[in-house]
Design a protein around this ligand. Structure first.
Ligand SMILES: *[C@@H]1O[C@H](CO)[C@@H](O)[C@H](O)[C@H]1NC(C)=O
Ligand SMILES: *[C@@H]1O[C@H](CO)[C@@H](O)[C@H](O)[C@H]1NC(C)=O
Length: 176
């Protein structure tokens, strides 16, 4: 296991490289590669709310908890996600936050509700995965600002190709 300080150093090094104006898309993907390789897991929990309407419109509302492994603030402006199990996508969304999500250094923050998340296999097929209580993030692209100050400013970074397996997932059934 890497000492935490070298992990931070690696992340900062990549962040710095990624943040240089001349950086190519591939150097930015490097940040995702490092986060994936170190299995940092920026998303620690997913919370899905299913209603009666879900059965006809295949839409759910989700929120997620994100953690910040860095000693600088991260602010999430938008996120685009494909989630599922065993490489099969069950849900996807593309969301720009009206109020960006501020994740303080070394802390967690909740995204707030993201409505209209499409169940790509349909609601009925999705019922099968509820008892498993986990979701894999097959692909996550996120626009963040690193080193923001209470959500303002910071270095904009587009991180593409984040992946995670077995993220603990809670399902709320609002069928009343
Ligand atoms: C899940 O989200 C719903 C709706 O926002 C909220 O009421 C509930 O407390 C959340 N549950 C967990 C475990 O985060
Ligand atoms: C995923 O794969 C595992 C192992 O191959 C299997 O046990 C499980 O039923 C699969 N789950 C889904 C939702 O397809």
């Amino acid at each position: 296991m890497l000492p935490f300080s070298s992990l931070l150093f690696a992340l900062f090094a990549v962040l710095f490289v990624s943040a240089t104006p001349a950086s190519s898309p591939s150097s930015r993907d490097l940040l995702a590669d490092v986060i994936n390789a170190l299995k940092i897991g920026l998303v620690t929990h997913i919370n899905v709310t299913i209603t009666l309407d879900t059965l006809s419109d295949n839409l759910v509302t989700i929120n997620f908890e994100a953690q910040n492994p860095l000693i600088i603030e991260l602010t999430i402006d938008s996120v685009s996600t494909s989630a599922g199990l065993n490489n099969t996508e069950f849900a996807s969304f593309d969301h720009k936050f009206a109020r960006p999500v501020v994740v303080p250094p070394l802390k967690k923050a909740n995204s707030g509700d993201i409505p209209n998340v499409l169940l790509t296999q349909g609601a009925t097929a999705s019922l099968d995965i509820i008892p498993l209580g986990i979701l894999d993030l097959l692909n996550v692209d996120v626009n963040v600002r690193a080193g923001s100050f209470f959500g303002r400013g910071g270095v904009p970074l587009k991180i593409t190709g984040l992946r995670q397996t077995k993220v603990p997932t809670t399902y709320n059934l609002l069928l009343g």
